[in-house]
Write a protein that binds this ligand. Structure first.
Ligand code: NAP
Length: 355
């Protein structure tokens, strides 16, 4: 991220955005702008006209009519990949080969082998790779970690984590949702329902619950078992539930669904108490709340509001500057191994052991 001729001591990270996805337009680009460490200098779309329209709407200086064009843009230091899940591996690897740092949307991959190829390509190219689990940057989770370290609940033994919502019919390609508007009125099926693009409830929302369990225990599961509902029309899981056993016989129950009205929570319990976060993954910008139950008494702590997308973008920019990411890209590889094992269990009806 050198800027020849720049007089700034700490130049901003120059982001290129791969695709005109909802998440990029509505969350990530505003997040970069709400932060202090980066600027969005370019956006790319498969359709040149759409790249032009969105760059004009959002005031982004350069529009590329192909993703390749953005990757060869010398003014771009890092790319944000907001593509459908099934395209993450290919475009992360291509970005790394073009010398760009990569913030890839969650989930990095459905299979550990793909995540391994991604992390290896980035390691070889000397660029930073991060899986965009932006929720981790919100200060409410740092507070939970501090409470755990203080031993408030005793030794953590059980996690329950859930992210569910009821997907509206417009998203299923039967109505006039936003995806349809951007597709020029064509009826399109939400990418989360497309098997060929690696949609599914575990990939989209259940992965947060998996990630939270790994984060809260600070460990990787040794065995998983799972059940799923596969939609007969779309061929993807629209409801998913899993049981994860961690070292020390710690257990986690996780679920994710497009069919059930919304929870987005986790709780972690030990013999001495329980910590609950009710808006764990999308808390909004306002104050957040952490509930602590000990000795039958509940107290609630208010945590200052934060824009977790701004924190994510700034965290990534600082990581690029320091040449080191916390957590490292390998966290995304470990996450993909768990997701793959959960799907294998749900497909076979057998528990799956992890190495
Ligand atoms: N961290 C978060 O808070 C969060 C929230 C939502 C989603 N996500 C993640 O972000 C990614 C994108 O999700 P989204 O809901 O924003 O998706 P989306 O609105 O459907 O956008 C996906 C974009 O990918 C491009 N694309 C390339 N090939 C495509 C294809 N064959 N079909 C459809 N689109 C294609 C399109 O952009 P162009 O036409 O411009 O090339 C499209 O706009 C997913 O990995 C998802 O898990 C993260």
């Amino acid at each position: 991220m050198s800027h020849p001729g720049s007089t700034m001591q700490r130049p901003k990270l120059r982001w290129g955005v791969v695709s005109t996805a909802r998440i990029g337009r509505q969350r990530f680009i505003p997040g970069v702008r709400a932060g202090t460490q980066g600027e969005v200098v370019a956006i790319a779309s498969r359709e040149p006209g759409r790249a032009q329209v969105v760059s004009a709407e959002l005031g982004i200086p350069r529009a590329h009519g192909t993703y390749e064009g953005l990757l060869s843009d010398p003014e771009v230091d890092a790319v944000y990949i907001g593509l459908p899940n099934g395209m993450h591996a290919e475009w992360t690897i291509r970005a790394a080969e073009a010398g760009k740092h990569v913030l890839c949307e969650k989930p990095l991959a459905r299979r550990a082998a793909d995540a391994a190829r991604m992390t290896e390509a980035c390691r070889r190219a000397g660029v930073i790779l991060m899986e965009a689990f932006m929720y981790r940057l919100h200060p409410q989770h740092a507070r939970v970690q501090a409470l755990l370290q203080q031993g408030v609940i005793g030794a953590p033994a059980f996690v329950r984590a859930s992210f569910c919502f009821s997907m509206d019919t417009g998203r299923r390609g039967q109505g006039g949702g936003e995806t349809n508007r951007l597709a020029g009125g064509r009826a399109t099926v939400d990418v989360r329902l497309q098997a060929g693009l690696e949609g599914g409830a575990l990939m989209d929302v259940g992965c947060y619950a998996v990630n939270a369990a790994r984060y809260l225990f600070g460990a990787e599961p040794v065995e998983v078992s799972a059940q799923q509902r596969v939609d007969p029309e779309f061929g993807v899981d629209t409801a998913f539930a899993g049981l994860l056993r961690f070292p020390g016989d710690c257990l986690a129950l996780i679920d994710g669904s497009f069919d059930a009205a919304g929870t987005q929570r986790y709780e972690i319990a030990g013999a001495a108490g329980l910590i609950q976060v009710e808006r764990a993954y999308l808390p909004g910008d306002g104050p957040a709340t952490v509930h602590v139950v000990t000795s039958g008494q509940q107290r609630s702590e208010e945590i200052s509001g934060a824009n977790q997308y701004a924190l994510e973008a700034d965290h990534f920019a600082r990581s690029v500057r320091s040449g080191r990411l916390l957590p490292p890209a390998e966290d995304g590889l470990a996450q993909a191994a768990v997701v793959e094992a959960l799907y294998r269990s749900a497909d076979t009806g057998q528990a799956v052991r992890l190495a």
